[in-house]
Design a binder for this molecule. Structure first.
Ligand SMILES: Nc1ncnc2c1ncn2[C@@H]1O[C@H](COP(=O)(O)OP(=O)(O)OP(=O)(O)O)[C@@H](O)[C@H]1O
Ligand SMILES: [Mg+2]
Length: 445
């Protein structure tokens, strides 16, 4: 079994991130330490443990160097509830100050989902078994008129059970009583936004008066509904909420992206926009530690870890209100990416771009063969374009690759079965001209 985030040592967290993010050692290290410190804190006896609050982190670095990507990858590692929000969301029209608290509600929602899915993974086998029996109860009586069998026959049931397990009856139709939208109680919906919650409540109210109706369904769909039903039956909702709340408060991580976009300027920058400074002030107490009431109970934010990130190209961290700056004591800078980094980004990560294209074009029966020198050349050209026009970091690789493979993508059906070597010449032929003309690359790449 893989280790969960709270069991991992900093070194292991960094290693896990290394599989997807090239370079940025410092940032990975600081985040790994911050995450580990919270598991350490949990081991302390009451008293000193209560005094230790997480040290929030601010990641600063140019666009396209991996800030958001780091967050995305942590989210995938985490058995800790994790939420990523864009700070700019709270300056949009229609949001009012109080709504910043919705990030805590959303985090709790994520936590519930996490605990629930862990739970259902544990119970899956058992629930599947129960559901199969219920499906058999639906299928077998329907056979009575069509086939010459007695449906109490054990061997018939066994035979159908086998077919069911092998998913060979998926399209068969069964008639089943379906309760109108059964799943309501601790659903993760209706986070934050007051109107949503009201609508949700109205809907639930409505469903009380609706009777279950008989419907004709495929076995596949019936299974989905029954799985949900059985799952709801087996789950102890209070326990889930309790566990989810504990994890939110002790292990929760909120990643506030684009924090630079709410820096500077106390005046709303466009009509109707909520003032940026206002948003900063609203965020303050949450980062500081406050109690937010949600429909699942009151959540204490004191030990939630906050990671903020921003490019700060037009503003500086010191443009944030001082109180907020102080709440993010750990600063890490992410460095610009070099041509060598680009080469590694193109080839190393498990989801590397070259691998993606190979797979994509491969579906058409055309094999792309990226040679080393070819990929090096792509990396160099990407770096060059970044230097000569705007530096958009690794995102440049995407525009370059699109352009480079445009022809193959378009003509794939004409060259089925062929192998296309992506050599240095191939790259030069298609890109060199564009790259050397600044004006051209501004538009095309
Ligand atoms: N160090 C890296 N290693 C691997 N891939 C990277 C790296 N940096 C960026 N990328 C790739 O580039 C894309 C953009 O990166 P990301 O979204 O992390 O940028 P960012 O730093 O958040 O920029 P912005 O300030 O514009 O939000 C990602 O999809 C990712 O695949
Ligand atoms: Mg980003």
């Amino acid at each position: 079994m893989e280790k969960t985030l709270d069991e991992m040592y900093p070194r292991e967290i960094v290693e896990a991130l290394d599989k997807y993010i090239i370079g940025q050692k410092e940032a990975k290290k600081m985040i790994a330490i911050a995450i580990r410190n919270r598991s350490r804190r949990k081991l302390l006896e009451n008293g000193i443990g209560d005094e230790i609050v997480p040290k929030n982190i601010m990641m600063i670095g140019p666009t396209g160097v991996g800030k958001t990507e780091i967050a995305r990858r942590i989210a995938k590692l985490a058995n800790a509830p994790f939420l990523k929000v864009e700070a700019t969301k709270y300056t949009e029209v229609g949001y009012v100050g109080r709504d910043v608290e919705s990030m805590v509600k959303d985090l709790m929602g994520a936590s519930i989902q996490l605990v629930q899915s862990e739970y259902s993974a544990k119970k899956e086998k058992e629930i599947e078994r129960i559901v199969n029996e219920r499906l058999l109860d639906l299928i077998i009586p329907s056979l009575e008129n069509t086939v010459e069998i007695t449906t109490t026959d054990v061997s018939v049931r066994d035979k159908f059970r086998e077919l069911l397990v092998q998913k060979k009856l998926e399209d068969r139709e069964v008639v089943m009583k379906v309760a109108p939208s059964s799943r309501v109680e601790i659903g993760v919906m209706g986070n934050g936004n007051g109107m949503d919650e009201i609508q949700e409540a109205m809907k639930n109210l409505g469903s009380i008066f609706q009777q279950p109706r008989k419907r004709k369904l495929s076995v596949k769909r019936a299974r989905e509904i029954l799985m949900e039903e059985e799952f709801d039956k087996s789950i102890d909702k209070d326990k889930v909420i309790e566990e989810a709340k504990k994890r939110t408060e002790e292990m929760g991580i909120i990643f506030i992206d684009e924090i630079d976009k709410i820096a500077g300027g106390s005046n709303p920058s466009s009509r109707g926009e909520v003032s940026r400074e206002g948003v900063q002030r609203d965020i303050l107490p949450i980062v500081e530690g406050t109690k937010v009431s949600t429909k699942w109970g009151v959540i204490d934010t004191t030990n939630i870890l906050f990671i903020a990130a921003g490019a700060f190209s037009l503003s500086k961290p010191s443009d944030l209100i001082p109180e907020l700056q102080g709440r993010f004591p750990i600063r890490v800078e992410l460095s610009d990416l070099t041509a060598d980094d680009f080469y590694r980004i193109l080839t190393e990560p498990n989801n590397a771009i070259t691998k993606q294209y190979e797979a994509l074009i491969g579906t058409e029966g055309v094999k792309l063969d990226f040679t080393e020198s070819g990929v090096r050349r792509i990396a160099e050209l990407a770096y060059e374009v970044n230097q000569n026009t705007d530096n958009i970091g690794a995102r440049r690789l995407y525009t370059i690759m699109e352009r480079l493979l445009e022809e193959v993508s378009f003509e794939a059906d004409q060259i089925v079965g062929k192998t296309i070597p992506i050599s240095e010449e191939y790259v030069n032929e298609r890109l060199e001209n564009v790259v050397s003309h600044q004006d051209l690359s501004r538009y095309i790449l």
